[in-house]
Design a binder for this molecule. Sequence first.
Ligand code: GDP
Length: 304
Amino acid sequence: LVRLRERLARSNTALGRGLLALLSRDTIDEATWEEVEDTLLMADLGVGPATELVDRLRVRVRTLGERDPQRVRAMLREELLAVVDPSMDRSLSTSRPADPPGHPAVVMVVGVNGTGKTTTVGKLARVLVAEDKDVVLGAADTFRAAAADQLATWGERVGVPTVRSDRDGADPASVAFEAVKTGTEAEADVVLIDTAGRLQNKAGLMDELGKVKRVIERSTPVSEVLLVLDATTGQNGLKQAAVFSQVVDVTGIVLTKLDGTAKGGIVVAVQRELGVPVKLVGLGEGPDDLAPFDPEAFVDAIVG
Ligand code: GDP
């Protein structure tokens, strides 16, 4: 958590400093509020949440006639926290399902290629292994052999087996089914399924992901479908992510590359757009660079 704060602070202080500078001006007029809103939009917060935040803050600052910078900072913190919505359930379901007994928890990881899916599966495996869980990886991105190689490399690094097909273009759903079967036989706790994310063939991809989930669920319920989104791709990435949520019921978002952007507002935008919580954040390329998303730490990183 300390590391999360430090990393986020590095990318988010510009936003916080900008906002606080605006709010500590001698006169806060309509133009100032517009600048505050623009600053929030530049940070990818999204129009709805930005307007909402500014409206609420403006009313509070005006009605209270509040000018003490510390109090204004505290209000900004409260309003930012409100749009991040700390009430959302961000826990990850990685306990074995009650029914059928003896089966592992299955976590599917979906998202556009290049967003950090495979890396996230590797990092998540590491977190689970550190919790003493037995993990099996499934390489259901069978479109590129390199994808399965990359996943297997993560598996070796973390010390968990990877189930993959020995040929390119195998049926992803069969590979996923096999991975879950292997996990069940090995009495594993969690099976993590990496999937393909070729957006150029939208209809095909949709069919494929839906099928992967259906086929897994012939034997075992899917506990989590995590959608990986690259924080640096802004509104465009958000649109692509929305496509995935139309195919599979996404249960949580993993926001990657948050270390590489000052636009942390995308956390708020994606939660609004998809109606699911950001559960994990990626803060670098290394095996330990995955953290649970903590709204308080996130907001503290912005307003300090
Ligand atoms: P996939 O195609 O979605 O499976 O994406 P990969 O897992 O191959 O990741 C694509 C690139 O993003 C790789 O170079 C990763 O090292 C990098 N990457 C993944 N997650 C993060 C992150 O949280 N921060 C940074 N800086 N890079 C990341």
